[in-house]
Design a protein around this ligand. Sequence first.
Ligand SMILES: NC(=O)c1ccc[n+]([C@@H]2O[C@H](COP(=O)([O-])OP(=O)(O)OC[C@H]3O[C@@H](n4cnc5c(N)ncnc54)[C@H](OP(=O)(O)O)[C@@H]3O)[C@@H](O)[C@H]2O)c1
Length: 223
Amino acid sequence: MKIGFIGAGAMAQTLAYHALRSGHQVMLSNSRGPESLAAVATRFGCQVGTSQQAAEFGDVVVIAVPLYAYNRLPKEQLEGKVVLDLLNYFPHRDGYITELNSSDTTTSELLASYLTGSKVVKAFNSITVQDLQRDARPQGAADRRAIPIASNDAQAKELVAKLIDDFGFDVADGGKLSESWRFERFRPAYCVAAPKDKLERILASTTQDTVVADGHWLHTRYV
Ligand SMILES: NC(=O)c1ccc[n+]([C@@H]2O[C@H](COP(=O)([O-])OP(=O)(O)OC[C@H]3O[C@@H](n4cnc5c(N)ncnc54)[C@H](OP(=O)(O)O)[C@@H]3O)[C@@H](O)[C@H]2O)c1
């Protein structure tokens, strides 16, 4: 599969590593242009381009930018595409976004409200980049952890679920984008290392009132 990346930082490079390792084609992009990615292209043996080119390239396009840049994405080139949404909301970095602070919407719905023609799938927001580097396991491994996923589009969700499996993780179904608050920051499922069945139980038992301290995953592992 062809995977375009908008953003070429820590998360994009780690996912690109897993994608290339599992036989996919990759194009990375950032805000400064492809020239700034020459060394990365050589190191990874992947293509680089502008954000517009990465969007056009990908069967799946990974959005690996800070949330504050969501409404600068190449909307036209992302029309009809499966968009993999990694975004998390950090007010100190992203600015104060009223709808997110009031929990009226999810970060994914905010992205989908901008990318109206795209098939948004939320995944990989709920694992730290360090864990993404070290926790990938082959299918069937006893300590294989799961990644929560949400989308309103069943086919797009299935496609991203296949990628998650290729990258070395099981999938925990988190429902639709409107339900993806269950694995946003300050929720028990967020960044927690857990197998599929445990993570799905955590997601199901999380209510709007279930809140945990920042960094809780550092002292909570189930695999
Ligand atoms: N780090 C983690 O552990 C982690 C875990 C889960 C989810 N996430 C989320 O994943 C996303 C990426 O995180 P990260 O840690 O990889 O960030 P990062 O290392 O800071 O990289 C951000 C990337 O986004 C690019 N970018 C910024 N604005 C852009 C724009 N308008 N158009 C195109 N590219 C743009 C930057 O390019 P330039 O440098 O050229 O500006 C950079 O390559 C964030 O939303 C983060 O919250 C992070």
